[in-house]
Ligand binder design. Structure first.
Ligand code: C2O
Ligand code: CU
Length: 476
């Protein structure tokens, strides 16, 4: 598939067995520490932050904690008891993106739980089964809530054979602000119906000119999260050598960083060798013609000596692997919605079910997109629309994803970590992920072992999931 579609030239080489994702990584030793329980309270509330610079105006952000974009950290094996108190003016939830949670903890309103209304609480209990870089965000009014800052990073430690000399989380997310610090509309018909609505100010960890000091000659782990609801980035490092060591939090045999496209919700963990004291390296976005600087890392004196850079691989992931020979193949076509506008497809705009569905999707807008020609069709308002597919728990599946549009769509499957077997327009090695970017007209194959539950399958361009490019699969 990859050879045929890339550039249209068919290769006549004999088929080569491609390595499976995560092959050749060292097995993880038994956990050295006794597991702990983390009791957290998230008070989702409006708070003030200066997003246009320290001297700039204040903006009313919505956050889970007093910190903007907090980074939470646990060890593999630890459990989490997280109470969400909703002090926002609208309902919300916590979705644990990329974490193989029990279905009831997945945080999808109406699908796995009722939405948490203003003044109400909900307690999430989970023990993340995998190491890596994950994040949490609401599954309600995603453009408006994530757009105002509702998200947190969750790091699950225990994947490093050799500890890094520094470990820096970088959350890439643009803000959509007017010069006076007020929010511009998070959704526009022009954006939602095309590639999405872009922010007005690019930022990393909330600020436009992110800078950090790193130990000279140190091995620096950079954990990139593309939290933006619209923008795809192509991370590059200027002034230092960089290797990819994890994709969506999942270990991969280290490969030099080269043209890895990071759509909304995707993560990339890099290991970068810092230069000598006084020198700096820069993280850039190479997606556009001119590289855009995202962060500057200045090396400061350290006891580390210069030495060859051979990044130690992370420990092997514990993701069950699909049996490709017996896997059932299911096609999913992501397209524009046919003839639908101003209403849920097939329903008149004044149909009460159309209203319920629109509330359930947390948007009041239009439908532009479809998966397998379906955009949450009609039915009893107490019931979900039919699933896109019914799967059997424990069985292996290959989803054949096809983007029939000229816009990029990062496709996310809840509750599973899948293996990206092929991508027709990107030359990434096989890797594990929870979100796969489909570029314009791209095809990809993903494989996984199904887990029991009702799991969402949707585009992570936040305006696309609310305007039709969302569905769910049932696994029994
Ligand atoms: Cu981060 Cu349903 O998504
Ligand atoms: Cu999309």
């Amino acid at each position: 598939l990859a050879g045929l579609a890339a550039g249209g030239a068919a290769t006549l080489l004999p088929p080569v067995r491609r390595a499976r994702a995560g092959e050749g990584l060292p097995p993880r030793p038994a956990a050295p520490t006794a597991p702990r329980q983390h009791d957290w309270t998230f008070r989702a509330a409006p708070r003030q932050a200066r997003l246009l610079g320290a001297e700039g105006p204040e903006s009313s952000v919505w956050t889970y904690t007093d910190a903007l974009l907090p980074v939470l950290r646990i060890d593999l094996g630890d459990s989490i008891v997280a109470r969400l108190d909703n002090a926002l003016p609208e309902h919300t939830t916590i979705h644990w993106h990329g974490i193989r949670v029990p279905n009831a903890m997945d945080g999808v309103q109406y699908v796995t739980q009722p939405p948490v209304e203003p003044g109400q609480s909900f307690t999430y209990r989970l023990t993340p089964p995998d190491t890596g870089t994950f994040f949490l965000h609401p599954h309600c009014n995603e453009p408006g809530q994530v757009g105002r800052g509702m998200a947190a990073v969750l790091l699950v430690d225990g994947d490093m054979q050799v500890p890094a000399d520094a470990d820096i989380t970088l959350v890439c997310k643009d803000w959509r602000l007017a010069p006076d610090g007020s929010w511009l509309p998070f959704e526009t018909a022009a954006g939602a119906g095309r590639a999405g609505t872009f922010g007005t100010r690019r930022a990393v960890n909330g600020v436009a000119d992110f800078a950090a000091e790193v130990p000279a000659h140190g091995d620096i782990r950079l954990r990139l999260l593309n939290l933006d609801g619209t923008r795809t980035i192509t991370p590059g490092v200027a002034g230092a050598e960089a290797f990819v060591i994890a994709t969506d939090g999942n270990p991969i045999a280290p490969v030099p960083l080269d043209k890895w496209r990071l759509g909304p919700a995707m993560r990339l963990d890099l290991l970068v060798r810092a230069p000598a004291a006084g020198e700096a390296f820069t993280l850039q976005d190479l997606f556009a013609r001119e590289p855009v600087p995202l962060g500057r890392f200045t090396a400061v004196a350290s006891p580390l000596a210069p030495r060859p850079f051979r990044p130690a691989p992370l420990y092997a992931p514990g993701i069950p692997r699909a049996d490709l020979a017996s896997a059932e193949r299911l096609p999913f076509v992501f397209s524009a919605a046919l003839g639908a506008s101003g209403a849920v497809a097939g329903l008149p705009p004044d149909d009460p079910f159309a209203k319920i569905l629109m509330d359930a999707l947390c948007v009041g807008g239009q439908i532009f997109w479809a998966i397998n020609k379906s955009t949450w069709p009609g039915g009893d308002h107490r019931q979900l629309p039919p699933p896109l597919a019914e799967l059997k728990a424990g069985r292996s599946y290959i989803f054949e994803l096809q983007n029939a549009t000229p816009h990029p769509h990062p496709i996310h499957l809840h509750g599973h970590t899948f293996e990206v077997l092929s991508q027709s327009r990107q030359e990434n090695p096989p890797h594990l992920a929870d979100t796969v970017l489909l570029q314009a007209r791209e095809k990809a194959e993903i494989a996984f072992v199904a887990r029991e539950g009702n799991w969402m399958l949707h585009c992570h361009v936040l305006e696309h999931l609310g305007t039709g490019m969302m569905g769910w699969i049932r696994v029994k």
